[in-house]
Write a new protein. Structure first.
Length: 224
């Protein structure tokens, strides 16, 4: 994703939905980029800031509290925008992508990964995904292309990641189950049952190819 977004030493990069800041620190450490993560959840922002301080990257990596549908960064101030596995949680992805367009300089790139639906989910599956994992209604890959094009971004590539991500999800599920069992044996909280239940179905839906993963790389064209 970093390569596709053309991140290099000194690039100004925004990471949409930064979580605990793993991507932000990685790009600052590995590429020498100056990275700003935008994250909605205050507990994640403070956790991300603490981790960043502990590894001494706070000069070039920062996570700020904000909503990617209304980004607290100036127009044309970024050389790249990235986002990893997060747009599926946004109620209005078009607005978030329009915000990426606004803060990117002309000819620079947005590269992101996300979950997609190859076909509409059943009402029961959609409800499970929403309640357990806060997943909003999803798009197909062609719908995603139309969405980004509608805000003035040109698609450079779309890569179907479903095959690549399937085994990783199975490993993640096994790890969650191991941790739940360890927590149960220790008599400590085991995490949210709704998340666990939805994650099991999520892994099935990916395996059945009803859902999938995508990486999209798009570039900002000049306005007419
Ligand atoms: C699945 S996590 C991904 C985190 C990170 N990108 C990563 O790969 O580790 C999704 C993150 O998006 C954040 N988020 C959800 N809606 C958001 C919004 N409207 N603006 C900013 N962050 C948001 C959540 O708080 C959560 O931390």
């Amino acid at each position: 994703m970093a390569r596709e977004a053309q991140v290099s030493n000194g690039s100004r990069v925004a990471d949409f939905c930064a979580g605990l800041g793993g991507t932000v620190r990685y790009l600052a450490h590995k590429y020498g980029a100056d990275v700003t993560g935008i994250e909605l959840t205050p507990a994640r922002v403070s956790g991300a800031q603490e981790l960043t301080r502990r590894v001494g990257l706070h000069g070039t990596a920062r996570i700020v509290e904000g909503n990617v549908m209304d980004v607290p960064l100036p127009d044309a101030s970024m050389d790249a925008v990235v986002s990893q596995e997060a747009f599926c949680h946004i109620p209005d992805v078009k607005r978030a992508v329009a915000e990426a367009f606004r803060i990117l300089r002309t000819d620079s790139r947005l590269a992101f990964t996300d979950w997609i639906a190859n076909q509409p989910l059943t009402a029961a599956d959609a409800q499970l995904m929403r309640e357990g994992m806060a997943i909003q209604p999803l798009r197909t890959i062609p719908e995603y292309r139309s969405l980004v094009e509608s805000v003035g971004l040109r698609v450079i590539s779309t890569t179907d990641l479903t095959e690549e991500w399937g085994p990783i999800l199975k490993e993640r599920l096994a790890m969650y189950q191991l941790l739940r069992e360890e927590a149960r044996q220790a008599g400590t909280p085991m995490g949210h049952d709704a998340f666990h239940k939805s994650y099991i179905r999520f892994v099935d839906l990916i395996h059945e190819r009803k859902m999938g993963g995508v990486r999209m790389v798009v570039t900002k064209l000049p306005r007419d």
